[in-house]
Design a protein around this ligand. Structure first.
Ligand code: GUN
Ligand code: ZN
Length: 437
């Protein structure tokens, strides 16, 4: 191996490729107690038993020794708003009032490039502190906010997706663009950032109520011109929102049909929430290969409702986990899974730890059509990973010790875990966060 090689020793845990059949997660779980990761130029060159790989390492190579820790693929957050980091935990409102009271006034600040850059720096630091190495991010309506975030992410060569919010109605004047300006700005940003290193661009109409039909037509034009770009928006989060969409677009057959009409459904289209879908909307999600970003902490916090996760699984709809900060209350994927478990409990079903782990890693990658690049330790994949300390607290230690199976131990981590369990985070083979405790 040339001198760009890195080696990391510890317990490896990942899920190799699986089909749609979730029963196979357990069969495809790879647990290597004394494992070795070899990274070459930011990619996985070897993942396996320490004993099998050690001989191929050069004598002089320093090995990062994480024995006793758990090394997992970086977490994937499929929906989050970076300008909303500063309004997490705002009191008392449901979606539409929450937007008007807290969100819009805050997002106004992100037209200031210096401010946006400072906040983007804090935001990315917070992601990495929580072991999240890829996220699909809403910026604000201002192009400056997009440049700010991408500049920060590019510095660390992160696999990140983001876009400029498009909205031309039903928000304060200061936050509105126009169909033409939103097209021009989005197109320029897309050409500048999409596929620059590991960055990807998402065409980002905020949600149907804040876009005129003319603007949605512009979004459609962009999608058609750049078919490998992403689309991100919100769908069926809140019952008042749904009624509003129906009154704004009476000629459409429901909420999702608005997006479908403008050809915004399909592969690499990610819809946050999807709580109150009707049967035919579920079908459109499945048939078009569109994805859901499941945002449990947000959905409970805003009182939006319970995402029908079992239905999504049954209908073979792609689902990734998402924090949806700032309506979501935590950046942390364990806390998000903890809340997801409760959402599923309230529907008399179960979300196992293995399934949760899948959703936060390979399943998230699958929902973003990135499972050929990230999500596990397959050879050639990008080396984004997290070193977990599964026993960061006394109670965690007790529970870890008195659990017997791996599934039980992981479930304890999913329920009790938070940023204290993130020991190190690596992006592109490089350590980008180290716990200081
Ligand atoms: N719907 C439209 N905009 C937003 C937003 O910023 N957050 C959430 N949770 N839902 C939305
Ligand atoms: Zn959102």
């Amino acid at each position: 191996y040339p001198n760009t090689v890195k080696a990391v020793r510890g317990t490896l845990l990942d899920i190799s490729e699986i089909g749609s059949d979730l029963v196979s997660i357990e069969n495809n779980l790879r647990y290597i107690k004394d494992g070795l990761l070899i990274i070459h130029q930011g990619k996985i060159a070897f993942a396996g038993e320490w004993e099998d790989g050690r001989d191929s390492l050069p004598e002089s190579l320093r090995i990062c020794d994480y024995r006793g820790k758990l090394i997992v693929p970086g977490f994937i957050d499929t929906h989050i708003h970076y300008p909303q980091m500063e309004i997490v935990g705002a009191y008392g409102e449901q979606l539409l009032e929450w937007l008007n009271t807290y969100t819009f006034p805050t997002e106004m600040k992100y037209g200031d490039k210096r401010y946006a850059k400072e906040m983007a720096g804090l935001f990315v630091k917070e992601l990495l502190k929580n072991g999240t190495t890829t996220a699909m991010v809403f910026c604000s309506v201002h192009p400056e906010s997009v440049d700010a975030l991408f500049e920060v992410c590019d510095q660390r060569n992160m696999r990140m997706i983001a876009g400029k919010v498009m909205m031309d109605r039903n928000a304060p004047d200061e936050l509105l663009d126009t169909p033409q300006s939103s097209y021009d700005d989005s197109r320029r940003l897309l050409k500048k950032w999409h596929k620059r290193n590991r960055l990807l661009y998402a065409i980002t109409p905020r949600f149907a109520p804040t876009s005129s039909p003319e603007q949605l037509e512009k979004a459609m034009a962009l999608r058609e011109e750049f078919p490998d770009a992403y689309v991100q928006t919100h769908l069926s989060e809140n019952t008042d929102e749904i009624e509003w969409v129906k009154s704004l677009f009476p000629e459409r057959n429901g909420y999702l049909d608005v997006y479908d009409h403008y050809r915004l459904t399909g592969e690499r289209s990610v819809y946050a929430h999807c709580i109150h879908l009707e049967e035919q909307e579920w079908q459109v999600m499945a048939e078009t290969g569109s994805s859901v970003a499941f945002c449990p902490t947000s959905n409970m916090y805003l009182g939006s409702g319970l995402f029908n996760y079992p239905k999504a699984v049954k209908d073979n709809v792609r689902v990734g986990m998402a924090t949806d900060v700032g309506a979501g209350t935590s950046f942390n994927m364990f806390q998000t899974l903890n809340e997801a478990y409760k959402v599923v409990q309230l529907q008399q079903q179960k979300l196992s730890a293995l399934e949760g782990f899948y959703r936060a890693t390979l399943g998230g990658a699958h929902s973003l059509y990135l499972d050929d690049k990230i999500g596990n330790f397959a050879i050639g994949k990008e080396a984004d990973f997290v070193v977990l300390d599964p026993m960061a607290t006394q109670v965690q230690q007790l529970r870890w010790d008195n659990s017997t199976t791996l599934s039980e131990k992981l479930f304890v981590l999913m329920t009790l875990g938070d940023d204290r369990n993130i020991y190190r985070t690596y992006v592109d083979g490089t350590m980008v966060y180290s716990c200081t405790r």
